[in-house]
Write a protein that binds this ligand. Structure first.
Ligand code: HEC
Ligand code: HEC
Length: 196
């Protein structure tokens, strides 16, 4: 007769243990292991492996992890705004942000997909000189500075214009794009997008 209560006790201790682990997972804010996987939801816009096929939507694959974390926090706090990101971002915890940033940073780089062939000697390359010191020789990005190589050209162009107008701002970024004409911004964006 004692068998049942013991088993029940065992089962409930076990359930309690699982519950504690699960609540620990939710509480583990910022831990890339405990966040939720939003690959499906994000992938509907950003591409299933983080490589976007929509010229207005940025690729995320192989992007610098701390840059991704920073941007997602900025969207959630309303410091960076875009209608497409607004609904989903409010549902993300710090753990989810850490998880998704790690996930996309680890994907095969956006630069692995051929965007278009850039003819050697086309104008865009020379405007990149002013950017190299921060974004890297091949625009690969690092430590909070985004990768630009292989990014969608139209997204880059729109983004550079947003830095010019002050809609987006970052130390060192706005000054450097202000002297560029719209044609130069376009050429530079196409050059960056073509980098592998
Ligand atoms: C409805 C489409 C849509 C969905 C769903 C979506 N995004 Fe976005 N996302 C966009 C667009 C459009 C932009 C560019 C906005 C801009 O120009 O500021 C963007 C920008 C971003 C950026 C900034 C990239 C950069 O290079 O600066 C990150 C990071 C990002 N999204 C991550 C996510 C994650 C993670 C999810 C899922 C939780 C997600 N997005 C879901 C459309 C979407
Ligand atoms: C002083 C360092 C610095 C220089 C120089 C610089 N950048 Fe940046 N850039 C940054 C930082 C930091 C960010 C991230 C800003 C943020 O967090 O919003 C950034 C963001 C960007 C983005 C946004 C990427 C995205 O995915 O949304 C683009 C595009 C960009 N830079 C292009 C350029 C180009 C082109 C030049 C040269 C004309 C340049 N940058 C020069 C530091 C720099």
């Amino acid at each position: 007769m004692l068998e049942f209560p013991k088993r029940w006790l065992g089962a409930s201790v076990c359930a309690l243990f699982v519950a504690v682990i699960l609540s620990g997972m939710v509480a583990g804010a910022g831990d890339p292991v405990t966040g939720r996987d939003y690959t499906g939801a994000c992938g509907s816009c950003h591409g299933s492996k983080g490589i976007s096929t929509n010229p207005m939507i940025p690729s995320l694959a192989g992007q610098d992890r701390s840059y991704l974390v920073g941007q997602l926090q900025d969207y959630r706090q309303g410091q960076r705004r875009h209608a497409a990101m607004e609904g989903i971002i409010l549902t993300l915890t710090d753990g989810d942000i850490a998880y998704m940033a790690t996930h996309y940073a680890k994907q095969a780089s956006m630069a692995s997909k051929k965007q278009f062939i850039f003819k050697k000697g086309e104008e865009g390359e020379r405007f990149y000189k002013a950017c190299k010191g921060c974004h890297g020789d091949r625009a690969e990005g690092r430590d909070g500075i985004p990768r630009l190589a292989g990014q969608q050209a139209v997204y880059l162009e729109r983004t550079l214009l947003a830095y010019q107008s002050g809609e987006r701002s970052a130390p060192g970024m706005n000054e450097v794009v202000i002297p560029l004409t719209p044609e130069q911004v376009k050429a530079l964006s196409r050059f960056l997008s073509s980098l592998r």
